[in-house]
Design a protein around this ligand. Structure first.
Ligand code: ADP
Length: 168
């Protein structure tokens, strides 16, 4: 299964994959961090489609087109705010599970995740990486899907955490 998982250190908006995951906020109308970068790169058509989605709850995920991104789709999910939300570990796992299930159910072959909640939402990077890798591994083994999953880190510290987990 490890051949289906890879780690890179990159700007997620540059990836040529079927879907990139956006660490969005409840409005789905754009924000800072990776969300802002995705909206800037996708162009204004993305926010137009997002208006029609009626927001998104923590842990849920919703799919849109990728517009001017190299990725065909964006899967928007809302991570937990570490010091505010109840059961942040369960909600973070929900983000990975629900996003990946959307991609699998659509028959997508490649998906890339950013390190959800580890920026402004304050989730400790090492705990978040454990949840990301263990949840993705569970979904792949439960479904038998052969989708390829990229963990797209935005810094070498996150990249090292993920490499250690994938090699464990
Ligand atoms: P959250 O609000 O869920 O914490 P942030 O966007 O603040 O979301 O941060 C989530 C993660 O996304 C952080 O690890 C941050 O370094 C990373 N990130 C920010 N910009 C990009 C980008 N262009 N590509 C990939 N990851 C990014």
């Amino acid at each position: 299964m490890n051949s289906q998982l890879q780690v890179i250190c990159a700007d997620i908006t540059k990836l040529h994959v079927d879907a990139i995951v956006n660490a969005a906020n409840h409005t789905l109308l754009g924000g800072g961090g990776v969300d802002g970068a995705i909206h800037r790169a996708a162009g204004p058509e993305l926010v137009k489609e997002c208006y029609g989605l009626g927001g998104c709850r923590t842990g849920e995920a919703k799919l849109t087109g990728g517009y001017q991104l190299p990725a065909k789709y964006v899967i928007h999910t809302v991570g937990p705010i570490y010091y505010e939300d109840e059961h942040p570990a369960e909600r973070l796992a929900d983000c990975y599970r629900n996003s990946l299930m959307i991609a699998i159910n659509r028959g997508l072959k490649t998906i890339a995740f950013p390190c959800i909640s580890t920026g402004m939402y304050g989730y400790p990077a090492d705990e978040a990486a454990h949840i990301a890798v263990s949840t993705v591994r569970s979904v792949l083994s439960e479904t038998g899907s052969n989708i390829c999953v990229t963990f797209c880190c935005f810094g070498t510290r996150d990249e090292a955490l993920y490499r250690a987990l994938l090699n464990a």
